[in-house]
Design a protein around this ligand. Structure first.
Ligand code: GTP
Ligand code: MG
Length: 471
């Protein structure tokens, strides 16, 4: 290119306006006021541009960190124990952080206790016995009603203020009224309401909407009154639970309260006492239904793992929520699938569908999903304690699963039978060969489950290293 051509080209380029510079170019005959205004606009634009750069860098840093961290997705039907397993991870890897939240769980556990009391009264009202028409706070219809009947009616009357305060508290804390369960939207806002203060969560706690995170004085008073009333009602709750008629009505209606989420009726003495502090095991047993999808970022506290990052995604297991899982599939290194062997229970959201059948269907979908073809899937046959108790109480598998036939009705045989079914689908439906890894768990047994999640963590790391070597 000759020098002449180059000069010509530059001249023609100069005739175009650079859109980034033009607005800040001094106009001809600029006044002093206009100059100051232009300088200010330039400074503002530079500040915005710097902020965008910083934010992009921060996003990139977080994405890089996320890529290096372990990404685990917890899947399974509602009440299968996903959030309980998450709590075991927190207890194993971030115990200090986990224990900071103790105070938050106290109210949840006390509300869980009242849910069981309500469930008992519902059963008593429905039961085909002498209580059925008389329990709902009406005076005795017949003068000859039994001593036990009047005892239960007295307990019901005396617990009535506590039950109505429970509804108020649910409304204040979770905008939920007196639903059967505590449900909270994703995020930790509800924890702030229950008094959780964490220096690492300053963004949320110093939010301009911080009122949403704190209780008013009147709401705090309701909460304190609830705690006092619960303590005063302790003996009534204990005698309700120990009442023979209550136990026989529960049995008659086929209600196994011990297998229900958030069961604390055997611990009333401790939980209703003033100054109650939840233990680790209480916190894992507490029931809060997950709504939506929650991502938990854990930074391991132990010296050996210092700096290790985990991103654990916990989801709602309700049938209607399962489509929201899909966007998290291609980003996860491992899936922990929770499959309780609750062969005799129906789904809460559809009481015509057997829970174990639903788990199998879900498992098939997960195994054959192409997006998960390269993902480790680890299955936890959870709630083994409940399976053990169910079989011990004489419930027969073949009555619920005819194909089980006359095989022995013991834990080992039943577990093997269902495990083989899950394993067969895994082999048949996985798009590429992968190992079948399973564990039998009781997520509320924190001692063994925290040890197991450490082993699982090591296994995922090993498996990923092998895969990257193969690639
Ligand atoms: N007895 C017993 N209870 C368990 C076990 N695992 C979990 N639970 C309890 O069962 C209830 C439901 O467990 P969650 O972890 O909340 O269930 P989830 O899968 O997160 O349910 P969603 O959030 O509704 O999808 C809680 O009260 C748990 O403490 C177990 O192995 N044995
Ligand atoms: Mg959950």
């Amino acid at each position: 290119m000759t020098q002449r051509t180059r000069q010509k080209q530059r001249a023609s380029m100069d005739s175009f306006e650079n859109p980034f510079i033009t607005p800040f170019k001094p106009p001809e005959n600029e006044t002093e006021e206009e100059r100051i205004h232009r300088a200010r606009a330039l400074q503002d634009a530079q500040r915005v541009s710097r902020e965008i750069d910083e934010s992009l860098q921060e996003t990139k840093r977080l994405l890089d960190r996320r890529k290096k961290g372990m990404r685990i997705l917890l899947l399974g039907q509602a009440e299968s124990g996903k959030s309980a397993v998450l709590k075991n991870f927190q207890l194993a890897f971030t115990p200090n952080q986990f224990r900071k939240e103790r105070g938050v769980w106290k109210t949840i556990i006390q509300l869980n206790l009242i849910s069981s009391v309500k469930a008992i009264f519902n059963v008593l009202n429905e039961t085909e016995s002498e209580f059925s028409t008389q329990l709902p706070l009406t005076p005795p219809q017949s003068p000859g009603s039994s001593v036990n009947n009047s005892k239960l009616r007295r307990i019901h009357l005396s617990l009535k203020p506590l039950l109505s305060m429970d509804a108020d508290l649910n409304k204040i804390l979770f905008s939920a009224g007196s639903t059967r369960e505590i449900c909270v939207a994703a995020g930790s806002r509800w924890k702030f309401k229950l008094g959780f203060r964490d220096s690492t969560s300053t963004r949320e706690s110093s939010d301009s909407n911080s009122d949403l995170y704190h209780l008013t004085n009147a709401q705090n008073a309701t909460r304190n009154n609830f705690v006092k009333l619960l303590e005063a009602s302790k003996d009534d709750i204990i005698s309700l639970w120990q009442d023979e008629n209550v136990q026989s009505s529960l049995e008659e209606q086929g209600v196994d309260l011990r297998a229900s989420p958030g069961f604390f009726m055997d611990d009333v003495e401790r939980i209703a006492a003033s100054g109650y502090q939840p233990t680790d095991s209480d916190i894992v047993r507490a029931r809060v239904r997950t709504v939506g999808v929650e991502e938990h970022h854990l930074v391991a506290e132990s010296i050996a793992l210092k700096g290790s990052d985990f991103y654990i995604t916990d989801v709602s297991g309700m049938r209607s929520s399962r489509s929201s899982w899909i966007p998290f599939f291609d980003d996860s290194q491992a899936i922990l699938f929770l499959a309780p062997l609750t062969f005799n229970q129906m789904l809460d959201e559809d009481n015509h569908v057997n829970r174990l059948e639903d788990s199998l269907m879900l498992w098939k979908d997960i195994c054959k999903n192409e997006l998960l073809a390269n993902c480790n899937i680890i299955i936890f046959f959870n709630k083994m304690d409940i399976l053990r108790r169910t079989l011990q109480s004489g419930v027969e598998v073949r009555k619920f699963v005819p194909s089980y036939g006359d095989a022995p009705n013991d834990v080992a045989s039943v577990t093997k039978y269902f495990k083989d079914r899950f394993k067969t689908y895994h082999k048949k439906l996985s798009p590429k060969p992968r190992s079948f890894i399973s564990h039998e768990t009781s997520a509320i047994d924190v001692h063994s489950t925290t040890a197991l999640v450490v082993t699982v963590h090591d296994g995922i790391i090993r498996e990923n290293l092998q895969r990257s070597d193969m690639i």
